[in-house]
Design a protein around this ligand. Structure first.
Ligand SMILES: C[S@@+](CC[C@H](N)C(=O)[O-])C[C@H]1O[C@@H](n2cnc3c(N)ncnc32)[C@H](O)[C@@H]1O
Length: 304
């Protein structure tokens, strides 16, 4: 058996070779990515001399990394997710720079957490990282399940409507070696029958995409045993109509926004869904990557 230390795009690892094959072992600090690359790096066949296999292992690991980068490149990402050792998904939104400003609990140790509308799973993986005992990630199955106005839906092809969502989540789960379970469900159908009750329920940036955000919030409330973390967009200029709690109707066209609520309207929706104690954890702004316009976010902790 021979060993050789190697570097692949910033990954430091150990190529090892024996008479009957070659493989790659990364340093323990590489964590899940190490395990994934090790799984992807297939053994070479017989016929190698003692001198050749380490180079073969290096090439195989290089191929595995290139294949992983290709898989990442084939996905249209929403979330920017750190896969370790310099690999990040090129998402439209990068929450990492503003994460601390959400003022979320530092630990979810021992808790059963539901992440609603998970998309690529940034929040679900973050809750797992913060010690959740179990994380369930809810999302729709296909593009056609989005709450679209009938005219827009009619203009879509069957292929567009049947396009499955969740490829990004699946790839991240694999690379991060995560135990988060993605279970398909429409927020309009969420009930305790879906997956029981949860200590913590998270809902991020989806209410504006729903024609009936109140029903979604009521359903959310029905599975919340401990508290809900709700972060969504609001339009502060509409709070000038206070004490009226105003939401501008947008109709689901364009970016599929149905409503633009004021802060007071968003707060009131959560209250009316049956939550009794509501705390404002944060108000923050951030932008889509490459855009200057700021989106205002309200982060609420709501207790039934
Ligand atoms: C703007 S992304 C928000 C992603 C993530 N929750 C976050 O806060 O970063 C909207 C997500 O809502 C999901 N979604 C849209 N309509 C839904 C519905 N009726 N039920 C469940 N999920 C829905 C989409 O598939 C997508 O994952």
């Amino acid at each position: 058996m021979s060993f050789r230390r190697i570097r692949l795009a910033g990954l430091e690892g150990m190529a090892f070779a024996s008479r009957d094959g070659a493989a790659l072992e990364f340093a323990a600090s590489l964590g899940p990515l190490r395990r994934l690359l090790a799984r992807m790096a297939t053994k070479t066949g017989p016929g190698f001399t003692e001198a050749q296999p380490a180079a073969a292992a290096e090439a195989t690991a290089g191929d595995a990394l290139a294949a992983l980068k290709q898989r990442i490149g084939a996905i249209n990402w929403y979330h920017t997710i750190d896969l370790g050792n310099g690999l990040r998904t090129p998402g439209a939104f990068d929450h990492a720079p503003v994460l601390a400003r959400y003022n979320l609990p530092a630990s979810f140790a021992g808790q059963r957490v539901l992440d609603c509308a998970t998309f690529d799973g940034y929040w679900a993986f973050e809750f797992e990282r913060r010690g959740a005992r179990e994380v369930v990630a809810l999302d729709i199955e296909k593009v056609g399940d989005i709450d679209l106005p009938p005219r827009r839906r009619a203009a879509m092809s069957e292929a567009e409507k049947n396009h499955k969502v969740g490829a990004g989540f699946a790839l991240c789960k694999e690379v991060l070696d995560s135990k988060v379970e993605r279970k398909v469900c429409n927020l309009y159908d969420l009930s305790p029958g879906y997956a029981g009750m949860f200590d913590v329920v998270h809902l991020g940036d989806v209410l504006l995409h729903l024609a009936d955000p109140i029903l979604a919030l009521q359903n959310l409330r029905s599975v919340t045993q401990g508290y809900a973390l709700i972060s969504d967009c609001f339009w502060p200029e509409l709070d000038r109509y206070l004490p009226a709690t105003v939401a501008e109707y947008y109709g689901g066209e364009g970016e599929n926004a149905w409503w633009r609520p004021s802060e007071a309207a968003l707060f009131r929706m959560v209250h009316d869904a049956g939550f009794r104690k509501i705390e404002v954890l944060s108000r923050l702004t951030y932008s889509e990557r490459g855009y200057l316009s700021k989106m205002y976010h309200l982060v609420l902790k709501a207790t039934p």
